[in-house]
Design a protein around this ligand. Structure first.
Ligand code: ATP
Ligand code: MG
Length: 171
């Protein structure tokens, strides 16, 4: 089966959770799944359950939340580069049917991963692998190269009421 490149971007809620929904569906048909979470070091709710389901999930970030470029540390940069190398290996191994790179798009916005690096990952993607890239501010060239792009549009978000990320709902 041919694999395509999907991008979930935009400011509304649902990018990471959409990718998790796709992972569930893929597992239901016995596809092999790999997930990398860029810019995330904390243990999100999905982590334990995906590990129980035998999915390899790797995190390439720190515990600190990056809200602006001044929050980016050396460690964040090192982890992002580590993630990029690992993902290259994962794609070249041809072992996975679905590869999800969570928050890789927003990593470009914070200069942790370059646009060219994402394009390179698309170039080396085995033809049968489905590649999903999530995160705000997807770079223009990545959008051009993708086969499917969904923009989550924020109509309302309780974030503006001061509601921070909640366990089991946002993290
Ligand atoms: P989900 O993981 O629930 O599917 P998402 O992947 O679409 O959401 P991200 O862009 O990854 O969302 O957002 C991560 C976090 O940013 C959210 O947990 C939320 O608390 C916070 N957030 C939401 N809206 C805003 C906003 N307008 N500005 C800054 N931070 C926000
Ligand atoms: Mg997300």
């Amino acid at each position: 089966m041919k694999g395509y490149v999907q991008v979930y971007t935009g400011n509304g809620k649902g990018k990471t959770t959409a990718s998790l929904g796709l992972i569930m569906r893929a597992l239901g048909k016995n596809l092999k799944v790999y997930m990398a979470q860029f810019m995330k070091g904390q243990k999100y709710g999905e982590l334990n359950i995906l590990e129980k389901l035998g999915v390899l999930v790797e995190r390439f970030g720190t515990d600190e939340c990056i809200m602006s470029p001044k929050d980016v540390s050396e460690e964040d940069k090192i982890k992002a580069k580590e993630g990029y190398s690992k993902v290259k290996e994962i794609l070249l191994s041809k072992k996975y049917d679905l590869v999800v790179l969570d928050e890789i798009c927003v990593s470009t916005y914070f200069n942790l991963i370059t646009e060219e690096e994402i394009l390179h990952l698309i170039d080396i993607k085995p033809s049968e692998t489905e590649l999903v890239l999530t995160g705000r501010y997807a770079p223009k060239k990545v959008i051009e190269r993708a086969d499917l792009v969904t923009e989550m549009m924020e109509i309302k978000h309780y974030y503006s009421q001061g509601v921070m990320a909640r366990d089991g709902i946002e993290r």
